[in-house]
Design a protein around this ligand. Structure first.
Ligand code: FAD
Ligand code: DHB
Length: 388
């Protein structure tokens, strides 16, 4: 088997990269170790920055997004005694869209299987080899148990945080930075109409709470919990009670309904550099993780592959190495901006540490809610800075 770009991992980063390359006449093969139903059901991110929406639309993937997605013009920031709306178009001229990562992945998989480049599910023993030379390859076993060798010009490691690609880059040197936060998010999906127009991010002495949504009839909500907590400790009644307490505001009521999904997500920042070794390029969660508070993880994956696709097309079609040589530094500049923003949002909105930390968080929240400059800084980062 032979292709120009061997892509390890069929999450948003790998599938989007394959689609971007195909649009410019570059072949690829995507190798995914899970099943189609598994990747399409994995509940994760919900917010798309304006550039991510534009990217998907330009690639012919915007039809359902524009029909079923919900354009949002701001967020509510809340802490006891205050609920403040940030108006993104007024602050920075941009908006965001609610469209679940599950839906983005379903659209990408459907497009790929409808005449797009090969996408192989349930492969095993995926192993990149000879990435320092000009002819790397990927060994893998297909879903029928048949071993293969995929000869490539380059390999994209888009296999997420637990994939096989980053360790191979790290063997050649480089470094990592990591921060583990002393709290996690318990997230739920509930079959109930959202109780808010725009998303609510709430600081509360008991801990952070957030109200998001997936559709006019499905709500997505989160509460801050301890790292060693378990979903077994959280009955539906306890979850609704915590959400109602933490998001309480005069004149506002939280609608409750059947909870269809519950899970706990730990909060971590992680950056690995460089994002390249020879002909192996990392993108998305394979190279970095942000805590979800700034809604950046999925958008950062889109930004990485946008830069990578342009660089690979230039390498493979024009034989010019300038953009692939610049890829890691270009991508990391945005990664660190998003890492800082996600850390900042996380620090401002969670209850952790002592009362001194709490007063700092509240002071920062008051600043964002009273200073247009501070609000604009949040809005520009949240809606997405330019790529490149
Ligand atoms: P992934 O989505 O992880 O895709 C990697 C793919 O590679 C997967 O399909 C995996 O099965 C496959 N793979 C792994 N190893 C191999 C291998 N050896 N061979 C072949 N394939 C392999 N972001 C937000 O913005 N908001 C959120 O609310 C949010 N919630 C999250 C909740 C959870 C539990 C997690 C884990 C992440 C969350 N994120 C959130 C982050 C966001 O979902 C990720 O940033 C995004 O999925 C990154 O896309 P990716 O394609 O880089 O990685
Ligand atoms: C969602 C998740 C986030 O982390 C966020 O900041 C906004 C929305 C969501 O799942 O809808």
């Amino acid at each position: 088997m032979r292709t120009q770009v061997g892509i390890i991992g069929g999450g948003p980063a790998g599938l989007l990269l394959s689609r971007m390359l195909a649009a410019q006449g570059v072949d690829s093969v995507v190798l995914e170790n899970r099943s189609r139903s598994y990747v399409e059901a994995r509940v994760r991110a919900g917010i798309l920055e304006q550039h991510s929406v534009q990217t998907l639309t330009d690639l012919g993937l915007g039809e359902r997004l524009h029909r079923e997605g919900m354009e949002h013009h701001g967020i509510h920031l809340q802490f006891p005694g205050t609920k403040h709306h940030l108006d993104f178009p007024a602050l920075c001229g941009r908006t965001v869209w609610i469209y679940g990562q599950t839906e983005v992945v379903k659209d990408l998989v459907a497009a790929q299987l409808d005449g797009g480049p090969p996408l192989l599910f349930e492969v095993t023993d995926v192993q990149p080899e000879d990435v320092d030379g000009d002819s790397p390859r990927i060994r893998f076993t297909d879903s029928d148990g048949v071993p293969h060798v995929l000869e490539c010009d380059v390999i994209a490691g888009t296999d997420g945080f637990h994939g096989v690609s980053r360790p191979i880059v790290a063997q050649a040197g480089g470094r990592t930075w990591e921060r583990t936060y002393p709290f996690s998010w318990l997230g739920i999906l509930a079959d109930v109409a959202p109780s808010t127009d725009d998303l609510v991010y709430a600081w509360h002495p008991d801990g952070f709470a957030m109200h998001s949504m997936r559709s006019p009839s499905v709500s997505r909500l989160y509460v801050q919990v301890d790292n060693d907590d378990s979903v077994d400790n959280w009955s539906d009644d306890r979850i609704w009670e915590a959400l109602a307490t933490r998001m309480a505001h005069p004149g506002w009521e939280l609608r409750t309904g059947p909870i269809s999904q519950k899970s706990i997500t730990p909060m971590r920042s992680f950056v690995s550099a460089p994002m390249r070794r020879g002909r192996l390029f990392l993108a998305g969660d394979a190279a970095h993780i942000v805590p979800p508070t700034g809604a950046k993880g999925l958008n950062l994956a889109v930004a990485d592959v946008t830069v990578l696709a342009t660089a690979l097309v230039r390498l493979l079609q024009e034989k010019e190495t300038d953009l692939v040589d610049a890829y890691s530094d270009t991508a990391l500049a945005r990664v660190w901006r998003c890492t800082h923003f996600s850390w900042w949002m996380t620090s401002m909105l969670h209850r952790s540490g002592d009362d001194f930390d709490a007063e700092l968080a509240l002071s920062q929240l008051r600043r964002v809610c009273t200073s247009e400059a501070a609000a604009r800084e949040l809005a520009e980062n949240y809606t997405g800075l330019p790529i490149g």
